[in-house]
Design a protein around this ligand. Structure first.
Ligand SMILES: [Zn+2]
Length: 218
């Protein structure tokens, strides 16, 4: 027990960063600083082997106070709003950065603003599901009907480093689920495959609202 306590103390003393996000790696910095804030970052594609690896790798937390976030966020935003293929959300791995950072268009807010979220995590998902059409900036020529949770609870850090929590529902919740999946290395085409094996009970009169068969009430 004594040895264990000393070992624990050692961990606390010698690992002051435990529990905090590490700074950007040299490789990440070189991508973020490969152009100025007026130029977009390249959107990674599943058709390129090294980029597919980034897209299927789980991302790490980001330090909300890192000054490079402003540059990364702006260049991600421009990549997402590329006029040749505009999107309504984007995640770090989609610009080659395996970090927990996403942009989401808030259709549920007045003016439908794009907002930046750091270290977003879904901590609750409704049993009520909904099916809707999705595509992805990183996957050319695939559109599919994906089943998502109607409502979620999201925990995240804002840009001053404060921890926040919010319940989000409807189509905006779908975007958050698509983007946080990216942070876990999961593409929507994987969700399509996994959902082929599941059985859903549609709610009366609403083909786009359902629950998983397991949860069905008589
Ligand atoms: Zn996507």
């Amino acid at each position: 027990m004594k040895t264990f306590l000393i070992a624990l103390l050692g961990l606390l003393v010698f690992n002051p960063d435990a529990g905090f996000a590490q700074g950007f790696t040299a490789k990440e910095k070189s991508i973020i600083l490969s152009g100025d804030t007026a130029t977009m970052l390249r959107v990674t594609q599943i058709t390129e082997a090294p980029e597919l690896k980034v897209l299927t790798t789980a991302s790490a937390d980001i330090d909300p106070k890192d000054p490079l976030i402003k540059v990364l966020a702006q260049r991600m935003y421009l990549a997402m709003r590329d006029v040749t293929r505009p999107g309504i959300g984007i995640a770090g791995p989609q610009v080659g950065i395996n970090r927990n950072i996403i942009w989401v268009k808030r259709y549920d807010k007045e003016g439908e603003p794009f907002e930046l979220y750091l270290n977003p995590k879904i901590s609750w998902r409704s049993e009520l599901l909904r099916k809707g059409r999705e595509g992805c900036l990183s996957i050319p020529d695939v559109i599919g009907d994906v089943v998502r949770h109607h409502a979620i609870k999201l925990k995240y850090d804002d840009q001053s480093g404060s921890s926040k929590e919010e319940i989000i529902e409807g189509f905006t919740a779908v975007i958050f689920q698509h983007e946080t999946d990216h942070l876990n290395g999961i593409l929507f085409t994987e969700r399509l495959k996994e959902q082929e094996r599941k059985v859903y009970n549609s709610l009366a009169g609403r083909l786009d609202f359902m629950v998983e068969k397991f949860y069905a009430r008589p």
